[in-house]
Design a protein around this ligand. Structure first.
Ligand SMILES: O=P(O)(O)OC[C@H]1O[C@H](OP(=O)(O)OP(=O)(O)O)[C@H](O)[C@@H]1O
Ligand SMILES: O=C(O)c1cc(=O)[nH]c(=O)[nH]1
Ligand SMILES: [Mg+2]
Length: 192
């Protein structure tokens, strides 16, 4: 599946929003990919995640013990991708602002692949890696449906993106005037 097909699915679902958005990193952007509007459709989610699972299989040699999704956005794609990989899916969720594996135990040395929805700065993936490494897991790769950095983000492990789509994002004190003129909204779940 190529980038145009992935973006076609997002557009068809009404998931490519325009306005003034506060991203999880604090950056501001005129475009927000509201993945929840895609993941509400099982058929669309299946097509995307089956293709992502194939890309992961081709890129990751050896056994994968778990797929790990960072909640909330990563929950559905991690589950659906794990279904196509034939391995269990677990998740990290925020407790006091930090990602924790609250509901599961994993053996030291477990080989895990993180599956995210969207990557912008890679901050959420790096936080997930930190949590998993503290538990002794080996993060063999990370994957996402759309990489908004178009390959520029370094998360410290190979990043497998189903699509790369470069979208502008600005520090809050360096907004272009057309963005500053629109009230900002924060769709994500960090800090709520
Ligand atoms: O690469 P980054 O700069 O970390 O941005 C991408 C992250 O932002 C979103 O999560 P968010 O924290 O907004 O909450 P959500 O998962 O509930 O949507 C998205 O789901 C990714 O996890
Ligand atoms: O960077 C983010 O927080 C972000 C961007 C985006 O397009 N979609 C999303 O869910 N999060
Ligand atoms: Mg998220």
């Amino acid at each position: 599946m190529n980038t145009d097909e992935v973006l076609g699915i997002f557009r068809e679902a009404g998931a490519v929003l325009e306005g003034h958005f506060i991203l999880t990193s604090g950056l501001r952007s005129p475009v927000f990919l509201q993945k929840a509007r895609v993941f509400m459709h099982a058929d669309k989610t299946e097509r995307l995640c089956k293709a992502l699972a194939e890309k992961i299989r081709a890129a990751v040699p050896g056994k994968i013990d778990y797929v790990v999704g960072p909640a909330i956005g990563g929950l559905i794609p991690a589950y659906e991708t794990s279904r196509h990989l034939g391995v269990p899916a677990i998740w990290v969720e925020r407790e006091g602002g930090e990602f924790r594996l609250r509901r599961f135990e994993i053996a030291r040395g477990a080989r895990v692949v993180i599956v995210e929805d969207i990557v912008t700065t890679g901050l959420s993936i790096r936080e997930t890696i930190e949590c998993l490494r503290e538990l002794g897991a080996e993060v063999v790769a990370a994957a996402c449906i759309i990489d908004r950095s178009a390959g520029k983000t370094d998360v410290g492990v190979p990043l497998i993106a189903l699509a790369e789509y470069e979208v502008p994002a600005y520090p809050a004190d360096r907004l272009p005037p057309e963005l500053a003129a629109i009230p900002a909204i924060k769709p994500g779940s960090r800090n709520i």
